[in-house]
Structure formats: C-alpha cells, structure tokens
Design a protein around this ligand. Structure first.
Ligand code: AN0
Ligand code: CP
Length: 318
C-alpha cells in the first residue's frame, strides 16, 4: 500500500479486514514498528473521530504525531500551476507539500468537497496535487468525494455483528439542515460492493449518487420498501449529485424511527457520526441496543492503525 485514498489502494479486502481484527485483539503488537517515524495530520475541516483515532492509531505503533489545522493556522494555498499569486493565496501547494514531506514520514489530509463545482470536487484537486508534490505516503482523512477510513471501519463493524454470511445492508439517505458531501456514501457503496453483503441504496428522487459508485446496486426511492428485511441500516445525509450541492429541507419522512426500523430484520443501526439527533435518527433508535455508532467509531482506530502499518511496511520495503 503506497498511498490510501480509496478502495483501489487495497490489494485484498478480506485480508485487510482480518488484519484489522487481529490488530484490534492486540493493538500494541507492533508498538515499536513506527518508532522514530512521524505522522502529520492536516485538517482543512473540523473533525473529532478522524483526528483522535488517527493519533491513537499512530501512538499504538510508536509513531510521533503532528497535527495542523491548515484553514485557521496555515497560509492560504494556491493550487493552480503557473498562477500569478498576487491575490488571496499566499503559498503554493508545491512548496507546502514538499516542505511537510521533509518533516513527516506519512501525511494524512482532510479536505471536504466545496459543493460548488462538481468537476473540481470529483477531480479531487487538492488531494491529487498534494500527492503529486509530496515525497512521502499520503492517506485520506476524508477527501472531496471519498472517506475510505470510515468505510473500512464500517466494514469491520459489519463483519463483527453480522448474523448471516451475506447480510442485507441498506444505505439510506436521511434529512439534514445543511448540504453535506457525498463522500461517506460514495465510499460506503464502493466498499460494500466488494464485501460479502447485498447492498440496497434508498434515497429521494434527484438524490442518486454518481453512477460510477452505484453501478449494479439497487436504488429505491421509497425508504420503507428498501428497509424491508434489512440486517444493517446505514443512515447518512448527502446533498444532490445531479443538482450539485443542493439539499432538501423538511423531508422528515426519511428520519430513521422505531416504526421504520420495525420493517427490518431486527437490523442494526449505523451512522458515521457526527449525527443530528431527531433529524437523521430518532433518539429511540440511536439509544437502543440496535445502534452500532460507538462501535463504528471505536473501529476507526483499528482501521487507521492497519492502514498506517501497511504504509510503513511498504515504505520500509522500497
Ligand atoms: C461530514 C460529511 O458528511 O462528509 C463528515 C462526516 C464524517 N459531516 C458533516 O459535516 C456533518
Ligand atoms: N466520522 C468522522 O469522520 O468523524 P469526524 O468528522 O469527527 O472525524
């Protein structure tokens, strides 16, 4: 594993999940492997889980960690090659990536979608430019269109809680007052497609995800219909891909309630967090024994630790 920005960086998904489960059994098994190595975590957006679980993962491997909030504390970065930098941007990504690569052995980057220009977001401009100008491995802490560390933790959680070999997993859109990226949903679809599950996606009309992520997956525009016999219900809001970045207020009918969960096969409830209670999901569901949200967040550490270990191993062998 040279970088980790999507499922395409995973050679063997089953092996990766098994490796994470083994690390979870014994998180300090490689406690000196990352000794003398430094992880840099760069945040262009807020984070609770990703920030803390990545630090915990790194320290479990003996690494040192540096964290920087680039939006507040760094210079405004220029992305354009050949730009005449006489306006707002103060530092080119070429120098920034080159400099940070000299201080860190691995770099993680969080940079959300702008939700303004679909092409820019789906080209993953910032992440790809950073990789192009960095001289060390880079991994995604959620990019414009993908959140692979989240999907990895979600898959570990499903493997731990499934009662049958091939469970029915439903990814359902849920309401949210603000427009959110499609990243968590895109990644979840991408990972579930390669996992031993049957995935159905439920979303309102005009909220279908990008076709590149949903090819071959059943999409229903009726949530209740989709949830029938589900073993896992994964709720997430995303803004529209077609009417890019637009959102719908007042679709309260899509909130996950006990009544909605009643049509499932006693499904487990999942969400990546942070979640808006009683908007995305009713208290009665997230507070019930069916909720796996804390388990998912716990598995973020082991997902990150597995990725960091593989990046360190690859770097040591090249
Ligand atoms: C972000 C999103 O939807 O992409 C991060 C989720 C992990 N969520 C919010 O901004 C609420
Ligand atoms: N799920 C997740 O990535 O949470 P944070 O945005 O808090 O890191």
């Amino acid at each position: 594993m040279k970088n980790f920005t999507s499922i395409n960086d995973v050679a063997n998904l089953k092996q990766l999940v098994d490796q994470a489960l083994a690390i979870k059994q014994n998180p300090l098994a490689h406690k000196s492997y990352g000794e003398d190595k430094t992880l840099g975590l760069l945040f262009f957006n807020p984070s609770l889980r990703t920030r803390l679980s990545s630090q915990r993962a790194a320290t479990n491997l003996g690494m040192k960690v540096m964290v920087m909030n680039l939006n507040n504390d760094g210079w405004t970065l220029e992305m354009e090659d050949g730009a005449i930098m006489d306006k707002g941007s103060q530092e080119h990504i070429k120098e920034a990536a080159g400099v940070i690569s000299q201080y860190c052995d691995i770099i993680g980057i969080r940079s959300f979608a702008s939700l303004k220009n679909r092409e820019d977001d789906y080209n993953e401009t910032l992440l790809n430019k950073f990789i192009a100008h960095a001289s060390v491995p880079v991994f995604s802490l959620e990019s414009a269109t993908l959140h692979p560390l989240q999907s990895f933790a979600d898959l570990i959680t499903i493997e731990e809680h499934k009662q049958i070999a091939r469970p029915k997993v439903v990814l359902t859109w849920a309401p949210h007052p603000k427009a959110l990226p499609q990243a968590v949903a895109n990644s979840f679809a991408e990972w579930m497609k390669l996992a031993e599950v049957d995935l159905t996606i439920a979303n309102p009309v005009n909220f279908d995800l990008a076709p590149e992520f949903t090819e071959g997956i059943e999409i229903l525009h009726n949530q209740e219909e989709a949830l029938k016999n589900a073993d896992f219900v994964y709720a997430k809001n995303w803004s529209s891909y077609n009417n890019y970045g637009q959102t719908l207020a007042n679709l309260n009918d899509w909130t996950i309630t006990s009544a909605r969960m009643a049509v499932t096969n006693q499904a487990k409830f999942m969400h990546c967090l942070p979640v808006r209670r009683n908007v995305v999901v009713a208290d009665e569901v997230i507070d019930s024994a069916a909720s796996l949200v804390l388990q998912q967040a716990n598995n973020r550490t082991f997902a990150a630790q597995t990725v960091l270990l593989n990046l360190l191993k690859n770097a040591a062998n090249t």
